[in-house]
Design a protein around this ligand. Structure first.
Ligand code: PQQ
Length: 252
């Protein structure tokens, strides 16, 4: 049970549903996580930033796969035409000239070997579980819930606007070039989130469906939060790196 467990009881007006969804972001999005705060205050080591980039690669890599699951289940050609842009954004036209490649550039720019990042071998078990949970959620839940789970993108322009200037200001080895991944993201995220929000508000037309979309967004905030928890637990000052996970002391 969480504080939103019966937020839709009795049914919500569309505007109120939108307010609840935005409120979930305000209270549960990962910009409130202590690790994000440490990142923007300049207190992470280069090794900790490497661990973040390496683990986050797993998330980036799964995004177009979960979007393909959503595409496959959408019956409306106009919906598919809009949604497929997401896959193009990440995969580019040849697999390696889109967002995934730009994330890899970020990770290698921080000094990681590309093979290590792409293999996902050094990722934390909890990262893999969180990312896998997101993929299976979008595969097994209703189309409406899968679309709603993407709504964290309503809040990503905000976290990007906190993260990018802070990283450039606080870490002398971080350059604009390394952070190129983020340049198109706020515009892409706003386009995608506007479409998803309007879909969700239109299709969540019963209290049960409204509750399902609320739960989907809470779930997705938990995915992102759990990924940062895992990093903190493994690479924080008194952390324990799980067996087999990326160990900055041993890795090139
Ligand atoms: O930088 C971030 O913190 C952040 C967050 C999120 C998000 O909120 O899920 C996404 C992204 N970035 C992102 O770059 C991205 O492509 C993306 C796709 C999705 C999604 O769920 O479909 N979320 C996000």
């Amino acid at each position: 049970m969480n504080e939103y467990a019966d937020a839709a009881q009795g049914g919500l007006a569309p505007d109120t549903l939108e307010t609840v969804l935005r409120d979930i972001g305000a209270s549960r999005y990962h910009n409130r996580h202590p690790l994000h705060r440490m990142m923007t205050s300049g207190s992470l080591s280069k090794e900790q930033l490497q661990a973040w980039a390496l683990n986050r690669y797993c998330y980036q890599a799964v995004i177009p796969r979960k979007d393909a699951m959503i595409l496959a289940r959408a019956e409306d050609p106009a919906f598919r035409a809009e949604w497929r842009k997401r896959i193009e954004d990440h995969d580019g036209s040849d697999g390696w000239n889109g967002g995934i490649a730009r994330w890899l550039k970020l990770a290698t720019g921080l000094g990681l070997a590309p093979e290590l990042v792409v293999s996902e071998r050094g990722a934390l078990p909890a990262t893999r579980f969180a990312v896998g949970a997101y993929l299976s959620f979008c595969t097994n839940r209703s189309l409406l819930e899968a679309v709603a789970s993407s709504l964290t993108e309503l809040f990503s322009p905000m976290i990007i606007s906190e993260r990018v200037p802070a990283m450039l200001a606080k870490y002398d080895y971080v350059t604009e070039d390394i952070l190129e991944y983020f340049r198109p993201r706020p515009a892409q995220a706003s386009r995608d989130a506007d479409f998803a929000l309007s879909y969700v508000v239109r299709h969540a037309d019963t209290p049960e469906r409204q509750q399902a979309v609320i739960d989907a967004l809470v779930f997705k905030c938990d995915v992102l939060w759990a990924m940062l928890d895992a990093l903190e637990q493994a690479y924080g000052d008194h952390g324990h790196i799980p067996p087999g996970a990326f160990d900055p002391k041993r890795s090139p």
